[in-house]
Design a protein around this ligand. Structure first.
Ligand code: E4P
Length: 216
C-alpha cells in the first residue's frame, strides 16, 4: 500500500519527504485555503518536494468549468492529479479530462457504487472518505473492502486511495483489505513512527552496550 501525505502545509510535506516515507500528496480546497498562500505557489513547491502524484481539487460546479479548471491545474506540473467530486457534473468532467490524458482523482466517495461510477468514467484514483463515514456511525473501511472486491471483479485499473484517515488503525485495516494507497495527515504519520516499547527497548540496548565499553 502506497502512503501519501494529506496536507497542503509545505513544512509538513518537506519533513515527510525527508523521512522518505511518502509517495504522493493530496490536498483539498479547505487545506489549501488554510495556508493563506496562492495555491499555485503551494502546489509548485509541493511538486518540487515529492516525486509523485499531487492531487488538487476543482472548485467549479459545472462540468465545462471543471474541465477548464482541471486543464489549468494540470499545466502547473506533470505530477498534478485533478480532483473532481463524485456528482454528475464531476463525473462528466472526469470522463472528459481522462480522455485528454489528465489523471483524475474522484473525491468525496462514500459508497461502493459511487466508486464504480468513477471507475467507469476513467478515474485514475477514487477517494473513499473513511473517517467521515465513521463519524456518522458507519464503517468506512467496510465500504473500502467492498470497493476493492468490486474493482477486482472487473479488473478496473482505478486505484483506491483511502482518505479521511484519522488513526493508525484505519491504515492497518486499509492495508488488510488491499487498498492501493492511503493518504494520511501529518499527525497520523508521526503516530505510526513511534511505539513506546520500541523507544524503551532501544534505550536499554544502547545503555547495555555503553556499559560494555566496546566500540563497533
Ligand atoms: C482527501 O483527499 C481529503 O483531503 C481528506 O482526506 C479529507 O479528510 P477529513 O475528512 O479529515 O477532512
Amino acid at each position: 500500500m502506497k502512503l501519501f501525505l494529506d496536507s497542503a502545509d509545505v513544512n509538513e510535506v518537506r519533513q515527510a519527504a525527508e523521512w522518505g516515507l511518502i509517495e504522493g500528496v493530496t490536498t483539498n480546497p479547505s487545506l489549501l485555503a488554510k495556508t493563506g498562500q496562492p495555491y499555485q505557489t503551494v502546489l509548485r513547491e509541493i511538486c518540487s518536494l515529492v516525486d509523485g502524484p499531487v492531487s488538487c481539487e476543482v472548485v467549479a460546479t459545472s462540468a465545462e468549468a471543471m474541465l477548464e479548471e482541471g486543464e489549468k491545474l494540470a499545466q502547473l506540473h506533470p505530477n498534478i492529479v485533478v480532483k473532481c467530486p463524485v456528482v454528475v457534473e464531476g463525473l462528466k468532467a472526469t470522463r472528459a479530462l481522462s480522455r485528454r490524458g489528465i489523471k483524475v482523482n474522484v473525491t468525496l466517495v462514500f459508497t461502493p457504487l459511487q466508486a464504480l461510477l468513477a471507475a467507469k468514467c476513467g478515474a485514475a484514483y477514487v477517494s473513499p472518505f473513511v473517517g467521515r463515514l465513521d463519524d456518522i456511525g458507519q464503517d468506512g473501511l467496510a465500504m473500502v473492502a467492498q470497493t476493492v472486491r468490486i474493482f477486482a471483479n472487473y479488473k478496473f485499473p482505478t486505484e483506491i486511495l483511502v482518505a479521511s484517515v484519522r488513526s493508525p488503525s484505519h491504515l492497518v485495516r486499509a492495508a488488510e483489505v488491499g487498498a492501493h494507497i492511503a493518504t494520511v495527515p501529518f499527525n497520523v504519520l508521526r503516530q505510526i513512527l513511534h511505539h513506546p516499547l520500541t523507544d524503551i527497548g532501544l534505550e536499554r540496548f544502547l545503555s547495555d552496550w555503553r556499559a560494555s565499553r566496546q566500540k563497533i
